[in-house]
Structure formats: structure tokens, C-alpha cells
Design a protein around this ligand. Structure first.
Ligand SMILES: Cc1cc2nc3c(=O)[nH]c(=O)nc-3n(C[C@H](O)[C@H](O)[C@H](O)COP(=O)(O)OP(=O)(O)OC[C@H]3O[C@@H](n4cnc5c(N)ncnc54)[C@H](O)[C@@H]3O)c2cc1C
Length: 441
């Protein structure tokens, strides 16, 4: 049988580092451990890295799935001391220094967990059942198919209430993901719906953005927050602030003031919580749903296990409640741990991690974005160009960068979201088939 044991990789005499999760943190770590005196095994339940900040563009038909995903095998192919296994980790057995996965167990000398986060419904079970999420490429493709299916369905519906419900898109959570998604849907209404669905009045489509805070982008400066709110209103997004979703089912949601919104599509972008994994309960902060780590990302109570990125809770003087769950933290922690592991191999002491905040940005639409960098807060075209530059530069792989740039250029010139094939129809939870088309004239 051909296994990594028969490969040159296994003959390496180095300690074995098992890295679980090839997201921002895990990928950065293995890239910096390539060619170093460690035998590295990357485990991920997917076969690709996903660039989550651009998921909303896949969901809104601006980019193809393959331009924001990158196969792990292409990354590790040229790295002789790194191997990859597609495996979902189910449990850690720290006493035996092994991880249990859906394809068997793997032993380690050093374990690094970087499994990211999942959607946080804050205990709202009904919404967890009916709302759509945006954490993976397949969920982004579901959202894309869903809104395209709703457009097609709206054209053959005759009952007004049903038609309105079908074209009412509700997004819960006005953080960067919710704001970017709402802005992109509003642009689709202004371009695609108006020009290509001529038999339907485009204003029938509503985009409602709900948040329990009194402003959108609450973690941004007040200026950027107010600019983003202004841009959204200009695009015709309805903002429902200081409101909380309390319940809902397949065709409506209820807010805390008792009002009801009829809708077929609710997208939940109201928060995330760290992935937890059985076996390490002693290091878990249950309330935060993150593992407590020291300044070297070593998990409290477990020797030789490190936790990085969204699932890690590290206190440092400037961040007494831990770092924000964003890609820059994950990348910097991945890079820092690689440096410390290299120091360890050289017999040196590890250095403590300090986060360098490089700022925040969100895009709302064509030439509409907001940027906060230190004391600088600005919006408009310059912010929009900077947003594009930063995101293209961070994408993994030259091909992906080229394809994304081409797609954005094409979209800018043509005013069209071009990737609008319903290849894999979205089937709602609890339904056996996609919603039937009725009342065809
Ligand atoms: C829609 C969206 C937009 C965002 N926009 C921004 C932005 O603009 N800027 C920003 O800084 N941050 C943004 N973020 C946050 C950012 O993506 C995360 O903070 C970052 O991805 C965290 O990196 P990570 O390495 O901890 O986890 P991830 O990047 O999430 O990677 C986790 C990896 O672990 C794998 N995995 C999970 N469970 C298992 C398991 N049991 N077994 C094996 N593998 C597993 C997953 O497949 C994945 O590859 C956004 C997030 C989302 C969802």
C-alpha cells in the first residue's frame, strides 16, 4: 500500500508537527515551516484553503468558487517536509499524543489546532434551523443559487404577497460580512434585475439589514460606520437597527418589537464562535467558546499543543478580552508560532506574541468602501481601491489573483455580475426538492 510511510517524507528524522486546519493560521504556519527541521502533517476536512473575506462575492455571483479557493496539494506539493491528509479531526487524545479523525488516528510530537470558527446563533435554535450561513464555499454557492432561484420564481408567481416574500432578502448582522453582502445584493438589484428581468419591477426586491446595535460596523470608527450607513441607504438597503430577531420559520421572521417580516431568505451574519474539539476541555473557556492560550499560543494545561486564530483566546495588555476573530490575527499567530518552533529546534526560548493591528476595511459597492487605519478613517474611491489591492495581494496563488482582478475589471466595465449559472439548485432544509415553480402563464 502506498502511504506517506513509504515516501521520503517519512524517513525524515525530525519531530512531527500535526497542523489541524489549513485556514489563514494553519497555512501561514506550514509555509514558514517548509524546509525547516520538522516533519509537518496538515489535516483539513476540506481539500482546499478558503479565502473567507471574498466569500460574499461568490455568494453574489461576482467571483467563481475556484478563484477564492486553493487546493492544499498545490501548496504542499513543492514542500518535501510537508504532507497533507484530507481528514476531519473528531477528538484529541493528549495522553496518547494522537488525534482521532474520520479516516483514522494520527500521532504527533507537537500539535497545532487552527480550526477557525462557526456561525454563532446565540442560542436561537429556530434561526439555526432556517437561516443561511456564509462560512464556506458551499454555503456561498447555496446563497447564490437561492437568490437566482427566487428571481426566476418571482417571474412566474401571481399572488402579490408570495411575490414580495420571495423578493425580500433579510440579512441579520451589520458587521463587515452583512454590510458587504447587503451592498452587493443592492447592486444586483440596480444592474442585473433592472436590465435582465425587465418584466419585473426591480424595486419589488427588498434588502433588509438588521442589527441589535445602533449603527452598522460597530467595531469601526464612528465616521466609517456613518459613511457605511450612508452608502447602504444610497443603494436602497433598509436598515433596521436596535432590533433583534427572536424567532422565525421558512416564510417569516419575528423581531423583538413584535414586528414580522415575510421572507423566504434569511442570511445570518450576526457572529461567530470558535470551533471546540473534544479532549481538551480543561483549556476551554466555554463562555467565549475559545481555548485559552499563553503568549506563545500554547494551550493552558496541555504541553506541546498550540491553538491559533479564531479558536484561540490570548490575553495581552492591549487586548485583555482576547484578539478579534479576524484573518490578520490568525496570519500573525501562524507566522509567530513558526518562528518559535524554529527557535525551539535551535534550543532557544520562545518569544511572546504581540498583535499588530493593521486596520479594518469594508466595501459596500462600486467606489464605496470604508477604511480605518490607526487614526485615519476615510471612505469613497480611494478606500475602494485600497480594499481591492489588499484583498488581491492576500489571495493564495497567482492564478487566483489574476482571475479575481480580471473579473473585477470586467464587472466594473460591464456593470454585470456574470457568474450566474444555477448549477447546483439550492434545496431548503426540510424540503425534498427545490421549491416548485407554480402558476406559469
Ligand atoms: C464571510 C467572512 C468574511 C470575512 N471577512 C474578513 C475580512 O474582511 N478581514 C478579516 O481580517 N477577516 C475576515 N473574516 C474572518 C477571517 O476569515 C477569520 O478570522 C480567519 O479565517 C480565521 O483563520 P483561522 O486560521 O483561525 O481559521 P479558518 O481560516 O476558518 O480555517 C479553519 C480551517 O480548519 C478546517 N477545519 C475546521 N474544522 C475541522 C476539523 N474538525 N477537522 C479538520 N479541519 C477542520 C477548515 O476546513 C478550515 O480550512 C471573515 C470571515 C467570514 C466568514
Amino acid at each position: 500500500m502506498w502511504t506517506i510511510e513509504k515516501h521520503v517524507y517519512d524517513k525524515l528524522p525530525h519531530p512531527k508537527v500535526v497542523v489541524v486546519g489549513g485556514g489563514f493560521a494553519g497555512l501561514e504556519l506550514i509555509q514558514h515551516l517548509a524546509g525547516k527541521p520538522y516533519k509537518v502533517l496538515l489535516l483539513d476536512k476540506q481539500n482546499h484553503h478558503c479565502f473567507q473575506p471574498l466569500l460574499y462575492q461568490v455568494a453574489t455571483a461576482s467571483l467563481g468558487a475556484d478563484s477564492i479557493g486553493h487546493p492544499f496539494r498545490r501548496t504542499v506539493g513543492p514542500m518535501p517536509n510537508v504532507a497533507f491528509r484530507m481528514a476531519e479531526v473528531l477528538r484529541v487524545l493528549p495522553d496518547q499524543k494522537r488525534v482521532e479523525t474520520n479516516v483514522g488516528d494520527f500521532g504527533y510530537d507537537i500539535l497545532v489546532l487552527a480550526l477557525g470558527s462557526t456561525t454563532n446563533f446565540f442560542g436561537n435554535r429556530q434561526m439555526a434551523e432556517v437561516a443561511m450561513q456564509l462560512k464556506s464555499i458551499s454555503q456561498a454557492l447555496d446563497i447564490r443559487s437561492d437568490f437566482l432561484q427566487e428571481f426566476e420564481r418571482a417571474l412566474v408567481l401571481q399572488e402579490e404577497a408570495e411575490l414580495k416574500r420571495c423578493l425580500n432578502f433579510v440579512i441579520v448582522g451589520a458587521g463587515p460580512t452583512g454590510v458587504e453582502l447587503a451592498g452587493a445584493l443592492a447592486e444586483i438589484r440596480r444592474t442585473v434585475l433592472r436590465n435582465e428581468y425587465r418584466e419585473m419591477h426591480s424595486e419589488l426586491m427588498r434588502i433588509v439589514l438588521i442589527d441589535s446595535n445602533d449603527r452598522v460596523l460597530k467595531n469601526f470608527s464612528e465616521k466609517s460606520s456613518s459613511n457605511a450607513g450612508k452608502y447602504l441607504k444610497e443603494l436602497g438597503v433598509e436598515l433596521l437597527l436596535n432590533k433583534r430577531v427572536v424567532s422565525g420559520d421558512e416564510d417569516h421572521i419575528t423581531l423583538d418589537d413584535g414586528s414580522i417580516l415575510d421572507t423566504n431568505t434569511v442570511i445570518w451574519a450576526a457572529g461567530v464562535k470558535g470551533v471546540t474539539i473534544p479532549g481538551l476541555e480543561a483549556g476551554l473557556n466555554e463562555r467565549a467558546s475559545r481555548f485559552m492560550v499563553d503568549r506563545t499560543n500554547a494551550i493552558h494545561g496541555f504541553k506541546d499543543i498550540h491553538v491559533l486564530g479564531d479558536m484561540a483566546l490570548m490575553e495581552e495588555p492591549a487586548y485583555p478580552k482576547g484578539h478579534p476573530q479576524v484573518a490578520t490575527v490568525a496570519i500573525q499567530q501562524g507566522r509567530h508560532l513558526a518562528k518559535n518552533l524554529i527557535r525551539r529546534a535551535e534550543g532557544k526560548e520562545p518569544l511572546p506574541f504581540s498583535y499588530r493591528d493593521k486596520g479594518s476595511m469594508a466595501v459596500i459597492g462600486r467606489r464605496k468602501a470604508v477604511v480605518d487605519i490607526g487614526q485615519w478613517n476615510f471612505g469613497g474611491t480611494v478606500a475602494w481601491l485600497l480594499w481591492m489591492l489588499v484583498h488581491v495581494a492576500q489571495l493564495v496563488g497567482f492564478r487566483n489573483r489574476a482571475v479575481v482582478l480580471f473579473n473585477w475589471g470586467w464587472k466594473y466595465l460591464s456593470w454585470r455580475n456574470t457568474i450566474r449559472l444555477i448549477v447546483r439548485p439550492y434545496v431548503r432544509k426540510g424540503t425534498a426538492v427545490a421549491r416548485p415553480f407554480v402558476a406559469v402563464e
